[in-house]
Ligand binder design. Structure first.
Ligand SMILES: C[S@@+](CC[C@H](N)C(=O)[O-])C[C@H]1O[C@@H](n2cnc3c(N)ncnc32)[C@H](O)[C@@H]1O
Length: 663
């Protein structure tokens, strides 16, 4: 088998290296599927010791025609008679369509490895000869079934579809065509249309049930009670109504149950993110550890972020990816949740943390040995990530005011000498207590509307609460900008999707703090990112802030804004515009003999009227502009509310407005 033959008289003492268990197991199932035409799906599912079975076996079966073509083209049957054909299939699949490398030095592995280059060049010919989508119409009915299976089950795609394909070799031969349906295939129904059709169908079924079954239950029970048990009158009616009510409730429960099931299905697309604790483990080490746990690293290259996300959605149950953006983040399928819950022996090296939470820490970009302040630190996931990014050098002050959360923070921080925890209110903090702070992370309490649970069971916005939170967030951000004279970069983040807590707060704070400016977070990030804030409602602000969105990024919802101290003598544009406006208010005030703030009220009123007139004249465009102005005015109002001035100001405004009208 290609292994060097020992020279005459030379004794060979080489120990026989065993073939890795995963490969041996895969060979067993491939043999059953290919030679005996068995559906091994259920068997693999039950084989708890072969967790990566779906991926390994699926990979062979879904590429079987190409693998066999490669096997034939290289004449492996004659050149390597001792190499078992199923073993060859598994190893070629791994090498050409899987991780791209083989584990260990067993003889079959060494044997296939030596053909790696030849296999690579032969693959181009084999792929060129593979049948195109147009050629598969004869088996289109079967392919339709395959597509349904592939799209619906996501992570289970490989094995299920491939095993079905194995039972029909002609269908398997078109695996490539299956994964890229052609527009001229009449059997392909777009996924969204199919989902909508099913939703409507189910709705019809339930409404039909709702309008028929309770009546059936009512009259059936009435009849039964009267005929069989001779119960008439009031008792009969009670029994019949009870039966109808029970039926209604059962239907409602079934409907709700279906809803929960759908949420679970959606969950399945969401990955489990795991961060490396780079203080104790590097990427290479993580690969080794995970391989020992039978995880398979998908080493594909992605053209862009969207292509990566699509691959994440179809991760096999034993596969994982290294993240597209962050080198210290790994992406596992949703089903890995239970593995990570059990794998307590790995919790020191790996940290369960959502990808969105890495945006603020990466964007803070603390330099080596710098002084960082994490104003709202507990439980400390971002703090410990900062410690890793800073390679445990410099100083991180981690502040938390809530006692029990502070205890958790201390536990997390205990491994990182660079973190100094402080149990206090960060609004009382001054530069003397945390000397020389240059970088500030502010991740304050928020409504949490971006958390998955809140998104799955949406509830209406609690406006007074959000209003209050925005006031507090404004106060904290203002404090960050003013209490620490050496602060040069501030990152503000929330796990809220409400603009009031995000762009609104940023706008309010820029307006009153000319010495900090808002950076373009997308540019600062330096990599492809999909979502930014609302630039229509908050021009010059929205488009500079980042959002992570569950529906796109498969993460929790998160907002991030990055501020930088302005150079000497420079003030941010929002502040300058506001100052200019204030001057114009003062001029109005002088004209009418009222105070500056009241002048502002007059001017704003005039602007709204102007916008209204413009809207009438120009339609939609002007309406948007007016909306933008109104939205932009919100944080100002929130600040006033936070300091308890709002009512007084309102009353004064009304009174003076009346006076001016009279004048
Ligand atoms: C969203 S959590 C922070 C999460 C944390 N950054 C992480 O990634 O693990 C907000 C925290 O800020 C704390 N907090 C809120 N206001 C505070 C204040 N004025 N001073 C200190 N901590 C505060 C809350 O108790 C809460 O633990």
């Amino acid at each position: 088998m290609g292994a060097p033959v020992p020279a005459a008289g030379q004794r060979q003492v080489a120990k026989k290296v065993p073939v890795p268990t995963n490969y041996r197991n895969a060979v067993k199932y491939v043999r059953l599927a290919v030679e005996q035409r068995l559906n091994v799906d259920a068997q693999i599912e039950q084989d708890k010791h072969f967790r990566c079975g779906r991926t390994l076996v699926g990979r062979v079966l879904s590429n079987l025609p190409k693998i066999d073509a490669l096997y034939g083209q290289l004449e492996l049957a004659t050149k390597e008679p001792r190499l078992d054909v199923c073993m060859a299939r598994v190893l070629i699949a791994e090498l050409m369509f899987g991780s791209g490398r083989l584990v260990g030095n067993s003889r079959p592995v060494e044997c296939v490895r030596q053909y790696a280059e030849q296999l690579q060049s032969a693959l181009a010919t084999v792929e060129a000869n593979a049948p195109a989508a147009g050629q598969i119409k004869g088996t289109a009915g079967r392919l339709f079934v395959l597509r349904m299976g592939q799209r619906k089950k996501g992570g289970k795609r490989d094995a299920t579809a491939a095993i079905a394909a194995t039972t029909a070799p002609e269908a398997a031969a078109t695996e490539r065509a299956v994964s890229a349906p052609s527009s001229d295939d009449p059997y392909t129904i777009p996924l969204h249309s199919r989902q909508a059709a099913f939703a409507i169908l189910w709705l019809l079924v339930y409404s039909f049930a709702m309008f028929t079954l309770p009546f059936g239950a009512f009259y059936g029970t009435r009849h039964l009670l009267a005929e069989r048990f001779a119960i008439e009158g009031f008792h009969n009616t009670c029994g019949s109504v009870l039966a109808a009510v029970l039926t209604v409730n059962v239907i409602i429960m079934l409907y709700a149950f279906r809803g929960f099931r759908e949420v679970e299905e959606e969950d399945r697309e969401r990955p489990r993110f795991v961060r490396l604790n780079t203080s104790v483990l590097n990427l290479e080490g993580s690969r080794r550890l995970l391989q020992e746990e039978q995880w398979i690293l998908v080493e594909e290259q992605f053209a862009d972020y969207r292509a990566f996300l699509e691959r994440v959605k179809t991760l096999g149950e034993a596969e994982y990816l290294e993240d597209f953006h962050f080198a210290d983040l790994l992406v596992f399928p949703h089903s890995a949740k239970s593995f990570w819950a059990r794998a307590t022996h790995l919790h020191g090296q790996f940290v369960l943390q959502n990808k969105a939470c890495l945006l603020p820490t990466y964007l803070l970009k603390p330099t080596k040995k710098s002084v960082v302040l994490d104003m709202c630190a507990a439980p400390g996931l971002k703090t410990t990530h900062l410690a890793c990014l800073m390679k445990n050098k410099g100083r991180i002050y981690a502040v938390e005011r809530c006692a029990h959360r502070y205890t958790t923070l201390c536990q997390y921080a205990s491994e990182h000498g660079v973190i100094k925890t402080m149990h206090r209110d960060c609004l009382d903090l001054t530069d003397e207590q945390v000397p020389g702070v240059e970088f500030i992370l502010l991740d304050p309490s928020c409504s949490g509307s971006g958390m998955l649970k809140r998104q799955q069971v949406p509830e209406p916005m609690d406006e007074p609460r959000v209003y209050k939170l925005a006031g507090l967030q404004y106060k904290l951000l203002s404090h960050a900008m003013n209490a620490f004279p050496h602060a040069r970069r501030i990152v503000y983040s929330t796990c809220s999707l409400y603009q009031q807590e995000n762009e609104g707060v940023v706008h309010g704070v820029l307006r009153h703090n000319g010495h900090f400016r808002l950076l373009d977070a997308r540019k600062e990030f330096g990599k492809e990112w999909l979502n930014v804030g609302d630039g229509d409602a908050y021009p010059g602000i929205g488009e500079r802030c980042l959002y992570a969105r569950t529906e796109d990024d498969l993460t929790i919802g998160m907002f991030v804004a990055v501020f930088e101290r302005c150079p000497e003598g420079y003030e941010n544009e929002v502040y300058r515009a506001h100052e200019k406006q204030k001057e114009s208010y003062e001029r109005v005030a002088l004209r009418y003999g009222i105070t500056g703030k009241e002048g502002q009220q007059q001017e704003q009123q005039q602007q709204v009227e102007d916008a209204g007139a413009g809207q009438e004249a120009t339609g939609k465009g002007s309406k948007k502009k007016a909306g933008g102005k109104r939205a932009a005015a919100e944080p100002e109002q929130q600040v006033e509310s936070a300091s308890g001035e709002a009512d007084v100001v309102q009353k004064k405004r009304k009174k003076k407005s009346k006076q001016v009208q009279e004048a």
